[in-house]
Design a binder for this molecule. Structure first.
Ligand code: FAD
Length: 460
């Protein structure tokens, strides 16, 4: 239902730059609170890093990387609910289950039973196959220990240091912890922040057992959030303008009479004015815009910075004949004796793409140096170890996202800026802001919602 905002003052109008999930979440939250927004997006389509791309030379409709959610993504699910989306239509919800395979035919299976948290995790660890009783006990002790200090650390350290400190064996780390760390943080365990990792574990494992569910999209990402968001924004007297790249922002002298002129926003096509401005662009773009801004803008806290290192994610989509399926929706790879490239394989039959596999490779590695033709051959060979009688693939597409996420390294928490800045009316949103989450859909959505709440609070 459209929100009635026929008689809006300029203090209820907001310009949002960037139509990724953070900008969309901010827009939707503000509209729901009675605001009118204008969303400026430089690309021809919204969605940002979580968008669907049209593949010119093929019929494949592909997401810009395979995305998976967790039950604990409550901010994102709240946005789905505002948009009136029926989760059963867009998400397949599966209780935590990890099936790990090695090319040497070793396996490890973790399956959470239908028990309350954290008992479900403890039983899952106890029943874990492929690891010794001692290794399983140590992992349970580790989880109990984390509970005693509420998953909080005074000083940050690497995930690997944390695991070794808690006597997790090399095998356990290789088989389970390392793939989990890469999947959630996209940062190698050698320097991934233990503090942020524990935030994810706490949210997933300590409240409701459903928080650790794995949520797989049943539709491509443009149908999941982008199309419903466009409808919602347009129905509510707000607008999305694609193909307009913001090139400069200016903080004007503030006149008491016309606060609506506080920010001037210049794009490649036009000029806009607003009293409230949200930059929901990636950190390196926001940094550039703020540095070119006519007024010096200090971020709070003082250590905050928008200069990040980035980690890549490679997604290799391989199309096989339609009858080819994975035994599990998601299969993990590990090896104790050789270098392998594939980390996770997802069967895309859920999105109606029978025979299509998405292979995920998170973080840096030798694979970034390989040409796509070679990469796909290696990945195909690794798939052969988990799918019997796998025929040749029909087509493939490698998506290389070199700056997929900020590097979630030790002490990253000290650097992440809050959503408000030292300039009243100027806000930051984006997965890199201080959300306590790594760069994820949930982090992006949470940042957008928090930025919107700051505006609403300031106006009340
Ligand atoms: C390959 C890949 C796989 C991933 N897998 C997962 C996963 O499984 N689960 C998960 O939770 N997360 C995953 N993520 C992370 C998730 O996609 C991101 O954290 C999230 O999409 C970031 O959203 P954002 O709004 O912060 O930024 P972005 O999506 O980067 O949005 C910023 C927007 O700003 C626009 N913009 C930039 N400059 C300008 C300008 N000057 N003017 C106007 N607009 C501008 C951009 O075009 C873009 O649309 C993955 C990411 C990648 C890349």
């Amino acid at each position: 239902m459209p929100v009635d905002n026929a008689e809006l003052n300029s203090d209820k109008q907001v310009i949002i730059v960037g139509g990724g999930w953070s900008g969309l979440a901010c827009s939707i939250t503000l509209i729901k609170a009675g605001y009118q927004i204008t969303l400026l997006e430089s690309a021809q389509n919204i969605g940002g890093r979580a968008r669907t791309i049209k593949n010119k030379n093929s019929t494949l409709v592909l997401d810009n990387g395979q995305h998976i959610m967790l039950g604990a993504y409550h901010f994102t699910r709240e946005i789905f609910s505002i948009l009136n989306l029926d989760e059963a239509d867009i998400l397949e919800c599966s209780p935590l289950e990890l099936n790990m395979f090695s090319p040497e035919k070793q396996t490890c299976h973790l399956k959470a039973p239908g028990l309350p948290a954290p008992l479900h995790l403890i039983i899952a660890l106890l029943n874990l196959t492929g690891l010794s009783l001692k290794e399983r006990f140590n992992s349970i002790l580790f989880c109990l220990k984390l509970n005693t200090y509420n998953y909080k650390l005074e000083n940050d350290l690497s995930v690997k240091q944390l695991l070794i400190h808690h006597k997790q064996s090399e095998k356990f780390i290789k088989v389970l912890w390392e793939p989990l760390c890469l999947a959630t943080m996209n940062t190698p365990i050698e320097y991934a922040s233990a503090k942020v990792f524990l935030n994810v574990l706490k949210d997933s494992f300590t409240n409701k057992s459903a928080d650790s569910n794995l949520l797989f999209f049943k539709k491509d990402l443009s149908q999941v959030l982008c199309s419903p968001a466009i409808d919602y924004i347009k129905e509510n007297n707000s607008s999305i303008i694609c193909g307009e790249k913001v090139t400069q922002i200016k903080v004007n002298a503030i006149s008491d009479k016309d606060l609506s002129l506080k920010f001037s926003i210049r794009t490649n096509k036009s000029n806009y004015h607003s009293q409230h401005l949200v930059l929901a662009t990636p950190a390196y773009i926001s940094d550039k815009l703020l540095k070119n801004c006519t007024t010096q803008i200090d971020l709070i806290p003082k250590k905050a910075s928008l200069l990040y290192n980035y980690e890549p994610i490679y997604t290799i989509y391989i199309q096989y004949p339609e009858h080819i399926q994975l035994a599990h929706r998601m299969t993990g790879f590990f090896s104790l004796s050789q270098n392998i490239i594939s980390q996770w394989a997802i069967d895309r039959s859920l999105t109606g793409q029978d025979g299509l596999m998405a292979i995920i490779i998170s973080g840096p590695g030798e694979h970034t140096q390989l040409p796509s033709s070679q990469l796909v051959q290696i990945v195909h060979k690794e798939l052969l170890s988990i799918i019997e009688n796998l025929p040749d693939f029909l087509e493939y597409k490698v998506i290389r996202e070199k700056r997929a996420t900020f590097s979630c390294h030790i002490d990253i928490e000290q650097q992440r800026p809050k959503n408000n800045t030292s300039i009243t009316g100027l806000y930051l949103a984006g997965d890199y802001t201080d959300t306590s989450y790594p760069a994820t859909l949930e982090g992006a959505v949470k940042s957008g919602v928090l930025a919107a709440r700051e505006i609403i609070q300031q106006n009340s």
